[in-house]
Design a protein around this ligand. Sequence first.
Ligand SMILES: *Cc1c(COP(=O)(O)O)cnc(C)c1O
Length: 344
Amino acid sequence: MRVIDLRSDTVTRPTSEMRRAMAEAQVGDDVLGDDPTVKELERAAAARVGKEAALYVPSGTMANLLALLLACGRGEQAVVGSESHILHHEALGAPALGGIHLAVVPNDERGRLLPDPLEAALRAGPALVCLENTHNRCGGAAVSLSHTREVAGRAHAAGSAVHVDGARLFNAALALETDAAALVADADTASFCFSKGLGAPIGSVLCGPGELIGRARGLRRQLGGGMRQAGVIAAGALYALEHHIERLAEDHQNARLLARGLARVPGIRIDPDAVESNLVFFEVDGPDPRAFRAALSEAGVLASGTAPHRVRMATHLGVSASDVEEALLRTRRAVESLPAAVAR
Ligand SMILES: *Cc1c(COP(=O)(O)O)cnc(C)c1O
């Protein structure tokens, strides 16, 4: 039985074309500024999001950490959403390594920052305000251009810089039918991942003004993120940037197909209309949600979750429409295999 892995869009393997690009990459020592492929990737990434410069880093976590370290001195504050990746999934690097206080503002269910608490937080004079787009824990919601503008306007008026954690920025741009550059035009810095829906094996990028990114390069070195012949992996990222953005539409279609199918399974609660990108969240009725996850993985479908009752499935380039159909059959079987109290 072929396992259908819907845990995350990070589980993709490089395609053979991508592997060829990586094998044939021109490389040099990037810490010495000698790697032409990394330089090309950084130029192309910055251009894609309309920023002056970019820095290739090992992970989205490091890109966000650099944005926080650049904007905030020790003892200063950064505003983050209550459901943000920075708050929940980055091992609290900014407080631990930068002495930065994370001032938490509630997210609404679509990943926006609530206006009144934001206003209150801004009165404390934070050095940075962070947004996330698409918003992972808020259902993969695409955060609108108007919300980004509104938040950036208020933040800048209060003297704070703005960072957009755009791990899945191109998914957001697709969902909103706009371009990625427009979505981060009002932000000082923006990051995005090559290792999520774009399907590259490693790496993310921090984009922003040239002077700032120059300083980020020094900070990356401090964090141990200076990479030598990084062109080998940068070539995969460059390939992804050039060939895998358009195909995200397929992932979004498959996510909608998945959501509509799940809505027909008794015992599963989901609003298919809330699925805007490649992430599908749903809840399972019953006293023991772990039994569902166990039955699901037994049936050959892997999913993840942010709470016991809350299951997440992600579509990506390793998942076809027929995989989705098969995953739905297996999910239905898994629910039916549960004790009656759970399946109802
Ligand atoms: C995945 C992700 C990141 C970065 O994750 P890494 O695993 O460190 O690359 C940052 N923000 C969001 C919203 C993410 O989903």
